[in-house]
Design a protein around this ligand. Sequence first.
Ligand code: HEM
Ligand code: HEM
Length: 180
Amino acid sequence: MFNLIMSMLNNKSKYGLLSKLFHWLTAAGLLIQIPLGFYLVDLDFDQTRVDIENYHILFGLIIFYVTLIRLTFKLLSPAPNFNDNAFPGQKILAKLNHFFLYLALLIITISGISKKLFNGESLVIFFKKINLTYNYEISEQFYSIHIFANYALIGLISLHILAVLFHKFLLKEDILKRIL
Ligand code: HEM
Ligand code: HEM
């Protein structure tokens, strides 16, 4: 039992099962969610578009809740230590990349939710049905934020994956196994 609990938590050198699950669930979710979002906006207004938008909102809300749970869990079980610095500032760069990845996820999901709500549509958030007064301009501003943060997220994920490759091929260090 004790071993099971310990394997769920992060330790000094490796992520535990829960962090791994959150990480790969989010990555797989985004693999669907980002292309789905871009595909969705070019569709004609018909039932298919409404259905796809409903899936987009469902997956988006799941990613929102997983991110909140993940950040709370991070307080209880801190991330493993980084290995020795390969160059000055390496640790800070890695931390900044992770910080902005979380921030982008929160901005995307909260702006998506706000766009919908200010568009006069209701949403169930934290088991509660929410309605806000219709305001087209605010809704459009949140939509611009939603799009901008998506491009930022794509950039951050690219840097994130490049960093893993940089560690593997130039530093000969397999950091991927820490999270697999
Ligand atoms: C991490 C989660 C999410 C990602 C990666 C994501 C991504 C995207 C992308 C790439 C677009 C297309 C933007 C464009 O080029 O115009 C989009 C559109 C949109 N998203 Fe999201 N989104 C997420 C979560 C959400 C959430 C939680 C909501 C609302 C609850 C939402 C509501 C919308 C809406 C309403 C549109 C516009 C669809 C339309 O024009 O019919 N998104 N999203
Ligand atoms: C093929 C895709 C991906 C690979 C190979 C990958 C790899 C990794 C690795 C190796 C780590 C551990 C870094 C370390 O501490 O040594 C990590 C952590 C992390 N990854 Fe990814 N990742 C991928 C996709 C993503 C995506 C799509 C996101 C989007 C949000 C993401 C967000 C994060 C975050 C936030 C952490 C830090 C976790 C923490 O300490 O709180 N990753 N990733």
